[in-house]
Structures are given as C-alpha cells and as structure tokens.
Design a protein around this ligand. Structure first.
Ligand code: SF4
Ligand code: SF4
Length: 136
C-alpha cells in the first residue's frame, strides 16, 4: 500500500492511455491475454536463484528497494542512511527480485545466478524468463 487507494485512479488513467496507444476499443479485448504466461508451480525451475545487481550511479536514493525487501521479502538490503544507498546482503537474499521490480529508475537489474545448495547443474546456463527483470 505504498500509494494508498488513490493508485486505483492512476491505474484507470494508465489503462485508458494504454488502450488508446494500442488501439484497443474494449476492455474485454484484453481479458485473458496474459493467461498463457501462467506457469504451474511444479514447472518452475527452483534449482537456482538470481541476485539483484544495484547500480549506484543510477540510484536516486529513494529507499523503495530497502522498504520493499524489509516489509515484503527477506530483509536482505541494508541501507546507508548517510549516502542514501542500498546494498544487498547475499546471505539473506532469496533472489525474488522484488527490489528490482519496485526500483523507479532501473538501477536494479538481475545479477549473478547461483545454484542453491545441493542442486546440480550450471547456473550460468539458466535463462531468466522475464524481460521486465532485465530491461527498462
Ligand atoms: S531479491 Fe528479494 S530478497 Fe533479495 S534483496 Fe531483492 S527483494 Fe530482497
Ligand atoms: S529503489 Fe532504486 S533508486 Fe531507489 S534506493 Fe533502491 S536502487 Fe536506489
């Protein structure tokens, strides 16, 4: 609830602009388009995780990643109050990429891929599926 219920009005406006840009006349035309992207949990590859990578030159010090990880993930980001810069503690990070998703300026991207303890394979061969997580 970072923005409160007022975000609903923003979402409506955003959707109206999107439909106009994409020449979509009816909301019903969008319903179900994303269902092909839903994957059953047992099909997910859980053998590896991907750490986030923070670019301090791009970071504007908003603290969103820190708050999001603290409240919604695994308290894996430490916050330098003086420099207003985050750092990832890889001993706590589970690679959920929530921090990546909430960063408003694309300062967080996918970083090192690692196999989880006891898993076999080569983490470097793993494909990160979502383009949202790698490009802004
Ligand atoms: S990937 Fe998830 S657990 Fe790791 S730092 Fe980001 S939000 Fe926290
Ligand atoms: S969310 Fe992005 S811009 Fe904000 S503090 Fe984290 S890395 Fe910096």
């Amino acid at each position: 609830m970072q923005y409160g219920y007022r975000i609903v009005e923003d979402m409506k406006n955003g959707l109206m602009h999107y439909m106009e840009e994409q020449h979509v006349d009816h909301l019903a035309d969008l319903v179900g388009l994303a269902t092909k992207n839903i994957v059953p949990a047992e099909k997910l590859d859980r053998d590896y995780k991907v750490y986030p990578k923070i670019d301090w030159d791009k970071c504007i010090g908003c603290g969103r990643c820190y708050i999001s990880c603290f409240d919604g993930a695994h308290q894996a980001i430490t916050w330098d109050e003086e420099k207003r810069r985050p750092s990832v503690n890889i001993n706590r990070c589970v690679g959920c990429q929530l921090c990546n998703l909430v960063c408003p300026v694309g300062a967080i991207t996918t970083g090192e891929k690692v196999l989880k303890p006891g898993r076999k394979g080569n983490a470097a061969d793993k494909q990160v599926e979502s383009s949202r997580l790698t490009h802004f």
